[in-house]
Write a protein that binds this ligand. Structure first.
Ligand code: FPP
Length: 244
């Protein structure tokens, strides 16, 4: 297990339980090399594989990744098809290798807009991996944070209308149960590589008190040492949650 040092060398710190990552910079990585954008996404998918395995090996319990946002449908049809093909291939391989990797898959997002084949693969991966205790990968697919909150509010409102809930019952804790992330602890650390300093509609509810680490490296170039560096930065932060 990798150990993270705070101030004294002897003080070993565990990694955060839940890390979330915006996998950004695939397009720029490809452009720099004169390659099509899809080559950047393919390289990004390989980075994801490496980082997910590393997270499992160091004892991270939850890894949430932004794979496709509700806004990504604005991209060219060619690019969208390329990402969907990659996702299909990745999920097929993940299902085949499940016994070896022990990754539990959960999907955050409105899967109904994806192709029937991709929906089946996602449901299959989630169902078959439920038993594994390695790392839980929360795959954000057709995910938008505001959309997640609106959908949760609609569900709560319809339960009120049906007489199953009362408006005054609603607390922050109860509302969390109406989100895709129900039952998952909030991420302590959110990482955005690629140099962009935005949160881009990623986990706005869940990251209210997360530590953000922004890094200059493009996602396909992101290495396990970069994750170590982000975790080390996290441990140097003084988390106060609004207190003193
Ligand atoms: C952001 O980079 C990345 C995406 C919109 C897609 C993320 C998808 C992958 C990493 C591949 C699919 C994943 C798996 C695991 C199969 P960008 O295209 O916005 O990059 P740019 O800002 O440099 O243009």
């Amino acid at each position: 297990m990798a150990l993270f040092q705070k101030k004294k060398k002897s003080e070993a710190l565990p990694p955060p339980r839940h890390i979330a990552i915006i996998m950004d910079g695939n397009g720029r990585w490809a452009k720099k090399r004169g390659l099509p954008r899809r080559a950047g996404h393919a390289a990004g998918a390989e980075t994801f594989r490496t980082i997910a395995n590393y997270c499992r090996s160091i004892g991270v319990e939850y890894l949430t990744v932004y794979a496709f946002s509700t806004e990504n449908w604005k991209r060219s049809q060619e690019e969208i098809s390329g990402i969907m093909e990659l996702l299909k291939r990745y999920l097929k391989e993940a299902i085949a290798d499940m016994e070896k990797n022990h990754v539990r898959f959960v999907f955050f997002g409105d899967l109904s807009r994806l192709s029937p084949e991709l929906q089946t693969l996602a449901r299959d991966a989630a169902e078959r991996s439920k038993v594994y205790q390695g790392v839980q990968v929360n795959f954000c697919l057709n995910y938008g944070g505001r959309d997640e909150i609106v959908q949760g509010a609609q569900r709560f409102a319809s339960e009120v209308a049906a007489g199953k809930r009362k408006p005054e019952e609603l607390t922050e804790a109860l509302f969390s149960d109406y989100l895709y992330s129900a039952g998952v602890p909030d991420p302590e650390l959110v990482i955005r590589p690629s140099g962009e300093l935005r949160t881009s509609n990623f986990l706005p509810w869940q990251s209210a008190y997360s530590e953000y680490v922004f890094m200059d490296v493009l996602w396909p170039d992101f290495k396990t040492k970069d994750l170590d560096e982000a975790i080390a930065q996290f441990h140097r932060r003084n988390r106060r949650f609004g207190g003193r």
